[in-house]
Design a binder for this molecule. Structure first.
Ligand code: GLN
Length: 337
């Protein structure tokens, strides 16, 4: 039986011994427990850099797990739509790798953590590449690599890529897109800097539009978990069984998520939680437990680095309770396995 299967059976036994009200799914019971515990946590602030995001209800909160065999466990506001923001960077990176291969993509975007904020205007001194695809500069360079004969074909390829991961059609929130486009001077500055060093060779306004559009794709928490589960499942959507990305790039995607996905919290995340993850300023986090499950959390209250406060806490507890840290051999997993 899988570690997760054992976790469920062990927790079922525990539930039978003590509780009068027995939840049919111990994993769902864990999610309900974490949800009621952390909904009381009101720390953090919603993103305010564009008015559309500042309007979000700060109390929204959902957690969803999708296993690689297609089981779905969800609590809270899992149907609530929001814009995917930086979580899109993971998937755009996969598409750029499919379009050009690893060697070429590496000439345009590095794989080193920055230790800086996600929107830092910084390139590698020597190579002039942006540091990694998980921060804005690297993500803009990545998106500039997406192939297509013009803006519509490039956008359609991007949307079709999201559809494969999620399992249904996706749409761009036009108000968020236009508001990002009219206020995104910092992102535009990064694009110009990279144009100056020859790191972006396409029409930069077209690539910036595509970047703003990918950030404004609407998803819910369950979609996030399905996308994460697809990465956990060798690129195959565990519900539709469609191959969303070539499996040869999964290790590249998960490696940069592991080292760079949580911005300047990436090191502490890897140390404490120990699974590849990516956050977005929308308040979403995806986390991937390879060959086991995808986790999605949504709560718009952010810490100073732009990571969801409740999302980080929930993932930390899930990692501890289910023994998910990739390098944990302390016996905690053995308890479940
Ligand atoms: N659209 C946002 C930006 O480019 C995404 C940032 C984020 O989610 N951290 O600034």
């Amino acid at each position: 039986m899988s570690i997760l299967g054992n976790a469920i059976s062990v927790m079922t036994n525990q539930a039978h011994q003590g509780d009068l009200e027995i939840d049919p799914s111990p994993l769902l019971a864990v999610l309900k427990d974490l949800h009621s515990q952390y909904k009381l946590l009101g720390e953090g602030a919603v993103a305010k850099y564009i008015p559309e995001l500042a309007k979000v209800n700060p109390d929204l909160f959902s957690i969803c797990i999708v296993t690689v065999d297609g089981q779905v466990y969800k609590v809270g506001d899992y149907d609530q739509l929001f814009t995917i923001q930086s979580i899109s960077k993971v998937f755009a990176y996969g598409l750029a790798l499919e379009d050009h291969g690893q060697d070429y993509v590496l000439t345009r975007v590095g794989v080193e953590p920055t230790g800086d904020a996600f929107n830092a205007i910084v390139l590698d001194e020597q190579s002039k590449r942006p540091y990694n695809p998980m921060v804005n500069a690297g993500a803009i360079a990545t998106t500039s690599l997406i192939k297509g004969s013009g803006p519509t074909e490039r956008l359609n390829r991007m949307l079709d890529m999201f559809r494969r991961y999620i399992g249904h059609d996706v749409f761009v929130d036009i108000s968020v897109f236009t508001s990002e486009r009219s206020t995104g001077h910092r992102n535009r500055a990064m694009a110009h800097l990279m144009l100056n060093f020859g790191m972006i060779d396409r029409n930069i306004e077209e690539s910036l539009d595509l970047y703003f559009q990918q950030c404004a794709v609407m998803v819910n928490c369950q979609d996030l978990a399905v996308m994460a589960a697809t990465l956990a499942n060798r690129g195959i959507n565990p519900i539709t069984k469609e191959q969303a990305v070539d499996k040869r790039y999964i290790k590249d995607i998960l490696s940069v998520m592991y080292t760079c996905g949580m911005y300047n919290f990436a090191g502490e995340w890897a140390y404490k939680i120990g699974i590849p993850a990516k956050s977005g300023i929308c308040g979403g986090i995806i986390a991937v437990v390879p060959n086991k499950m995808g986790i999605g959390v949504f709560s718009p209250l952010l810490d100073v680095r732009g990571n969801s406060v409740r999302g980080v806490k929930v993932c930390e507890e899930l990692s501890q309770r289910l023994g998910l840290h990739l390098f944990d051999c302390s016996g905690q997993q053995a308890k479940f396995g």
